[in-house]
Design a binder for this molecule. Structure first.
Ligand code: NAD
Length: 487
């Protein structure tokens, strides 16, 4: 790429398109254009497939131990370049450098490291049957597609490519059009580490390019991260060619704060799960249910900490802990939800407006917002907002809150804050959510499978089981007895 133009990255190098079509990427903290991106036209798409076919042939024939060594080199490069990669993420997403330099690159590298280490552990089974025997082989799928969202661009690219490449597949990755650079930086890292050309290609564009990937008959699997509505389209399109799919979608997750909880920790969980990454996290606990008897204490602390501890501003300043929303359009969407909350009778306890911090006056900032006097049927308590908007609700007893927490078509995550160990596990066993935290919120280590129940997803990312989603089983029957035939 030149300083102001990003191309597709195919077969180990930048590839210019022939159509000349581009789109702009905007820095959310300044509103200014960062660079232009070339759309993957027919020419680029064809090259991407051809190259991935060649890449897959080489990579799938590379011994697993060697694949592991190469991927471990990529991990080392990611960690060595942590700060410059974190900076790319800050410019593209508007999130604070404080977060990106600690979390984004590190958790991406952790996942590639985890799957690289598992790469040589793919064993089959063998069994004797009636004097004959069979054995199984776990074989890669072929060319897989990854399609990413804009909130954790590099991390999502790592979480998808890690298991795919460890299992011997090639991947064509389409980052979100709002944050396309992180995936190209990852592609460069893979090449530098020794991953063969074509094993990880990056194509750019909007939904139409994603749609091309999901419908292509040479692509065997799609791993998608994004909204429920887009997920439906992706799965529908993938069904035409019967592709395997992994769907990491949205949520409307509950946090259950019981009266025996440590109040300050409960407030920490609620703030982490609503204001981290300025609220643009899929697992956010946007419905905070607080037991009536501790409601006043909880609110006093929540409002005091929200008023005094949030530092919104230039995301490149290490003191900033609250960044800009991804785009003006998204800011307007978040503001429209806040208006709806007010209209439907909720009370803005704090925030509720667009802000213009001195250090970033043109950025797309919405204040950390807390609504009280909420009811379960309000729009803000039902729909994913994907911004810093928390709704606080109250409850009286355990069965009631479990029922209300589960009364959503989504089921990505949930949190339980209590010091009663039996209550914690009893409640978690009844929550309809793929990821549950007890006295914690948001941690997602490489070792732990993550994914949604209900409309929040299909399949899992991370954890050992994910590797199986990137392989298929071949059964080989071996005749040791003389073969008889009635003919
Ligand atoms: P989005 O659904 O608008 O876009 C996601 C990706 O899909 C983008 O790359 C986009 O270009 C592409 N796309 C759009 N239309 C397509 C189509 N028809 N076919 C194929 N691809 C298409 O989501 P977003 O706004 O980028 O991200 C925010 C959403 O992502 C939120 O709902 C959030 O909860 C979810 N998310 C989920 C997880 C998770 O792990 N569960 C993680 C991060 C974000």
């Amino acid at each position: 790429m030149t300083a102001d133009r990003l191309t597709n990255f195919i077969d180990g190098e930048p590839l210019s398109n022939q159509s000349g079509e581009t789109f702009a990427v905007i820095n959310p903290a300044t509103g200014e254009q960062l660079y232009e991106v070339e759309v993957a036209d027919e020419f680029v798409r064809e090259k991407a497939i051809e190259s991935a076919r060649r890449g897959f042939a080489v990579w799938s024939a590379t011994p697993a131990k060697e694949r592991a060594r190469i991927l471990h080199r990529a991990v080392a490069l990611l960690r060595e370049n942590n700060d410059s990669l974190a900076n790319v993420e800050v410019l593209d997403t508007g999130k604070p450098i404080q977060e990106a330099s600690e979390v984004d690159v590190a958790t991406g590298a952790d996942v590639i490291e985890f799957f690289a280490s598992l790469s040589p552990t793919q064993v089959g089974q063998q069994q004797e049957v009636d004097g004959d025997f069979y054995y199984t082989r776990r074989e890669p799928l072929g060319i897989c597609a990854g399609i990413g969202a804009w909130n954790y661009p590099l991390q999502i690219a790592c979480w998808k490519s890690g298991p795919a490449l460890a299992a011997g597949n090639a991947m064509i990755f389409k980052p979100s059009e709002e944050t396309p650079r992180g995936a190209v930086e990852l592609a460069r890292v893979f090449i530098k580490a020794g991953v063969p050309r074509g094993v990880f290609n990056v194509v750019h564009g909007e939904g139409e390019v994603g749609q091309w990937l999901t419908s292509h008959d040479q692509i065997k699997k799609v791993s998608f991260t994004g909204e429920v509505g887009t997920g439906r389209k992706v799965m529908g399109s993938a069904s035409e060619t019967l592709k395997d799919v992994t769907m990491e979608l949205g949520g409307k997750s509950p946090l259950l704060v019981f009266e025996d909880a440590d109040i300050e920790e409960a407030v920490s969980a609620a703030m982490l799960g609503n204001f981290y990454t300025q609220g643009e996290v899929c697992t956010n606990c946007t419905r905070v249910f607080v037991q009536q008897s501790i409601y006043d204490k909880f609110m006093d602390s929540l409002l005091e900490r929200t008023r005094n501890n949030i530092i919104a501003g230039d995301p490149t300043d290490p003191d900033t802990n609250f960044g800009a929303l991804i785009s003006e359009e998204h800011l307007e969407l978040v503001m429209s939800y806040i208006e709806k909350g007010k209209q439907e009778g909720a009370t803005v306890a704090i925030g509720g407006e667009r802000i213009k911090p001195d250090s970033a006056p043109d950025g797309y900032f919405v204040a950390a917002t807390v609504f009280t006097d909420c009811t379960d049927d309000m729009t803000i308590c039902r729909e994913e907002i994907f911004g810093p908007v928390m709704s606080v609700l109250t409850f009286d007893d355990e069965n009631e809150v479990i029922k209300r927490a589960n009364a959503t078509p989504m089921g990505l995550a949930a949190g339980v804050m209590t010091t009663d160990i039996r209550r914690a596990h009893r409640v978690v066993s009844k929550l309809q959510a793929g990821i549950c935290w007890i006295n914690s919120y948001g941690a997602s280590p490489a070792e732990m499978p993550v994914g949604g129940y209900k409309l929040s997803g299909v399949g899992r990312e991370n954890g050992i089981e994910t590797l199986h989603h990137y392989t298929q089983t071949k059964s080989v029957y071996v005749g040791m007895n003389k073969l008889e035939a009635p003919f």
